[in-house]
Design a protein around this ligand. Sequence first.
Ligand SMILES: NC(=O)c1ccc[n+]([C@@H]2O[C@H](COP(=O)([O-])OP(=O)(O)OC[C@H]3O[C@@H](n4cnc5c(N)ncnc54)[C@H](OP(=O)(O)O)[C@@H]3O)[C@@H](O)[C@H]2O)c1
Length: 282
Amino acid sequence: MSTSTLPGAFRLDGARALVTGASRGIGRACALALAAAGADVALTARSGAALHGAAKEAEEHGVRAVALAADLAGPGAPSDVVDRAAAALGGLDVVLHNAGVLPTAADGSPVLVPFQHSTQEDWEYVIALNLNVTAELCRAAHPHLAASGRASLILMSSASGVMGTPLLDAYAATKAAQISLARSLGVGWAREGIRVNAVCPGWITTDMTGFASGTEAFSNWLMAHVPQGRWGSPEDVAGAVLFLASPASALVTAQALVLDGGLSTPDGGLAAIPKPPSPFAA
Ligand SMILES: NC(=O)c1ccc[n+]([C@@H]2O[C@H](COP(=O)([O-])OP(=O)(O)OC[C@H]3O[C@@H](n4cnc5c(N)ncnc54)[C@H](OP(=O)(O)O)[C@@H]3O)[C@@H](O)[C@H]2O)c1
C-alpha cells in the first residue's frame, strides 16, 4: 500500500459486515459508517422496526442491508444470527459485536449499587448477555471469518474494562473479559487472516447512558472527570470502528483501542480540572 492510496484503505467496498445491537446508539452509527464506506451490512437487535429503519438508511449508500431481528439472549441465538448473516451476505469479512447491557431493574433503569449490595441475579444477567453471548458469537463467526482472508472481528468493550468502575462492577468485569478475549483471539487467529480488536469507549450519549446525561448535576460531575470535558457521540465511536474494520489497520490486532477523552488516564490532579461536589456524597 503506498501513501497516496492510503485514504482508499479506509474503504470497505465489497466487504460483508455483521453488526449486533444495530437498532440504535453506537451500533446503529457503526453500521451506517460501514455502509457509507461501501460494506454490505447485516444488522441485528430485537427491535424489528428500528432495525428496518437503520437498514433502509444504510441502503442509501448503495449497499445491501439486511435486518435480522433476534434476541441474542435466546438459546443458540448468537450462532443462528451469525449463520443467517453469512447466508444472507454470502460470507462475512467484518463482525462488530456491539450489543451489550447494564444491570437493569424491572422499570428499565440501570442498577447502580455497591457490589456488596448487588444480587447474584444481576451479575448473571450481565455475564450472560455481555460475556456468554460474546463467546458463542465469536466461536460461530470463526469459520466465516477464516474463509474471508481479510477478516476483522471487533468487540465493543468499554473504558470501564480498563479501570475500576464501582457501582457497575459486573458490567466492568464483562468489558475487561472482552478485552482479554480480543487479545487471545487476535493472537490465536492471526495466521488465519483474522484480526481481533476491542474498542473501549468512555461516556457516549445513547439510551444506555440517558440516566446520567439527562441529569445536569450528574452529567457535569461526570464530565469534570473527562479531560476533554465532553460526552462522546456514537459517531466518535464509529470512526474508530471504521478504522479497525478496514485495511487501514491491517497490522493492528489483539489491541484495545480506548476512546474516552482521556478519562482512563490519571493526571495526578496536575491538570487542575475543577471538580464539582460528588452526587454520591451522602
Ligand atoms: N454508551 C456508552 O457510554 C458506552 C460506553 C462504553 C461502551 N459501551 C458499549 O457499547 C455497546 C452499545 O451501547 P449503547 O450505548 O449504544 O447502548 P444502547 O443504546 O442501549 O443500545 C444497545 C443495543 O444492543 C441491543 N441489545 C440489547 N440487548 C439485546 C439482546 N438481548 N439481543 C439483541 N440485541 C440486544 C439493543 O437493541 P434492542 O433493544 O432493539 O434489542 C441496542 O441496539 C454496548 O456493548 C455498551 O456496553 C457504551
